[in-house]
Ligand binder design. Structure first.
Ligand SMILES: [Zn+2]
Ligand SMILES: [Zn+2]
Length: 75
């Protein structure tokens, strides 16, 4: 019986960590700045790519350049 109980505890702990990892992954995908825009931001500039400018107007990261989701709001 003890082994069965232990298996249940380990099983639920694993399920929890998997669910948590999936959530973290979802958050990462939710806001990913395109590489070209990261480089531009490092130079304190806005990315000059027309596709990125268009995406930025919609408050989105450029999906064409590898970005994803909405631009993280500045605080
Ligand atoms: Zn860009
Ligand atoms: Zn772009």
């Amino acid at each position: 019986m003890k082994k069965a109980l232990l298996a249940i505890i380990i099983g639920s702990a694993l399920a929890f960590s998997f669910a948590h990892a999936a959530d973290a992954k979802k958050d990462a995908v939710a806001s990913k700045v395109a590489g070209c825009c990261v480089k531009a931001a490092a130079d304190s500039k806005a990315c000059a790519h027309p596709c990125c400018v268009t995406a930025a107007k919609e408050k989105n990261n450029c999906t064409k350049c590898g970005g994803a989701g909405a631009i993280a709001a500045k605080k």
